[in-house]
Design a binder for this molecule. Structure first.
Ligand code: ASP
Ligand code: MG
Length: 442
């Protein structure tokens, strides 16, 4: 079994859905196809949910009818027969009727909002499935809300997912093409929930892990994970292979192509993950797996909206237990720390959630003077042999000539060097790294 996942833009228009269907019928492999919502839909549903939470029902209803019009247009170009179109119309009526009913709930709450958000993936899969049937392609719709479940800690319950999914696959063992929803799930109380924005990649990886699939293929609009951010830097190229650790690091530190959590389930069961492009389906893409060959520097990614905090104290001198007390403050406010560097009298660290910043600073001030820098960027340079290769740190530092570096972290893991700088210098830093580290001429 192979898991295919298509993102919002890959199913974003009738033409793109047609293309996905062609791609899926190139061979006879058994497949589970995980779909996101049609692009733009989840954003629109978030807007609707927020309006309803704010009690602005009238505006929400207007947004709902706008979205409905979009789908009415969408289906008019999707199907090949009048019967297909009739089925599509039935689904659009049904799902929008559900939305309109939800919008009438007097005390609309966050749980209701999750039901609103789930509509996106439910519509895209129903439309795509009925389109396949209309074309005479046999496929089976699997309801994610019946197998994708979170445990009491809000983490995917892999045993439950595995058991349920396996029993579905056994029940429909004459089928070889399955369609299901990404993103959506139920919580441990059985209520509709989701795997957070961008979570369809995570769904695909969980499904792959749950049934020990042969591989997972994530199809997007770009031909793999690039060595640098193609929106900022010219002459980037797709990286042919990454280890799971390298890919996780890049996804966490800003590579938009993959949801950061999605590596872990595949890594746990050693299921290769391919990144492929629907716009260039014959391109090799990127293979993420255990046993890829190790290069030096594989790629660079950047993460914005970082806050740096420096705590300076002579009490730190020769003291022990100092860091523990500092970390406890971050723990108390459930705020993860990304980078950390220390000297004998100071410690600098970074966070990317500043909700509790003022309380954190207030408590840190008991230890010494505290300085805060906002609008910082972490640039993460990834490659599993980065520490072993002679002169690599030198090359990175040289490449960043003329750019003030606020922090640098090397040796934390054997496959990354992280550099913190003011976001103003980000583009320049990414460009200079491209020429200086990957030896690409401008
Ligand atoms: N539709 C959801 C989102 O836009 C999930 C996904 O596309 O991965 O966040
Ligand atoms: Mg995505």
């Amino acid at each position: 079994m192979i898991i295919y996942k298509f993102g919002g833009t890959s199913v974003g228009s009738p033409e793109r859905m047609h293309k996905v269907a062609t791609l899926l019928t190139r061979d006879q492999e058994e497949k589970i196809v995980v779909l996101s919502a049609v692009s733009g839909t989840t954003n629109q549903l978030v807007k609707i949910g927020d309006l309803l939470l704010a009690g602005r029902r009238q505006e929400a209803q207007e947004e709902i009818s706008q979205l409905k019009q979009h789908y009415e247009q969408f289906i008019s170009a999707l199907y090949t027969t009048p019967k297909g179109l009739e089925t599509g119309e039935k689904y659009v009526q049904q799902f929008f009727h559900n939305l309109e009913t939800l919008a009438e709930i007097p005390d609309f709450n966050e749980g209701n909002e999750k039901t609103v958000l789930a509509t996106g993936e439910l519509i895209s899969t129903h439309l795509f499935h009925s389109y396949l049937e209309d074309k005479g392609i046999k496929a089976r719709l699997l309801p994610a809300l019946e197998f994708m479940r979170l445990d009491e800690l809000g983490e995917p319950d892999i045993d439950f997912i595995s058991e349920k999914l396996t029993s579905f696959l056994n029940e429909f063992d004459e089928d070889s093409l399955f369609i299901t929803q990404g993103f959506i799930c139920r919580n441990d109380r059985g209520q509709t929930d989701n795997l957070k924005r961008g979570g369809s990649d995570y769904s695909a990886s969980l499904i792959g892990a749950a049934i020990r699939a042969r591989e997972v293929q994530i199809w997007t609009d770009i031909d793999g994970m690039h060595n640098n951010d193609p929106r900022i830097v010219d002459h980037t190229f797709p990286v042919a292979s990454l280890t799971f650790d390298e890919a996780a690091e890049l996804a966490y530190f800003g590579a938009k192509i993959l949801h950061p959590a999605s590596i872990q389930p595949a890594q746990k069961y050693d299921i290769p993950v391919w990144l492929k492009s629907t716009l260039n389906e014959d391109a090799y893409g990127t293979l993420i797996g255990q046993s890829t060959e190790h290069g030096e520097i594989k790629a660079v990614a950047a993460k914005d909206n970082i806050t740096a905090i420096k705590i300076k104290s002579t009490r730190m001198l020769l003291a022990y237990g100092f860091l523990r007390r500092i970390f406890e403050i971050f723990e108390k406010y459930a705020t993860p720390i990304d980078m950390i560097t220390t000297s004998e009298v100071a410690v600098s660290l970074t966070i990317d959630q500043d909700e509790h910043l003022s309380s954190i600073i207030h408590e840190l001030e008991n230890f010494g003077s505290v300085e805060v820098d906002h609008d910082m960027t972490i640039i993460c340079i990834v490659g599993s042999k980065i520490l072993e290769s002679n002169g690599m740190a030198q090359r990175i530092i040289n490449a960043l000539e003329n750019i003030p570096i606020r922090m640098i972290s090397l040796g934390g893991s054997k496959n990354n060097v992280s550099v913190l700088l003011d976001t103003r210098y980000k583009n320049q830093a990414l460009q200079q790294l491209n020429t200086g580290v990957f030896a690409i001429s401008e």
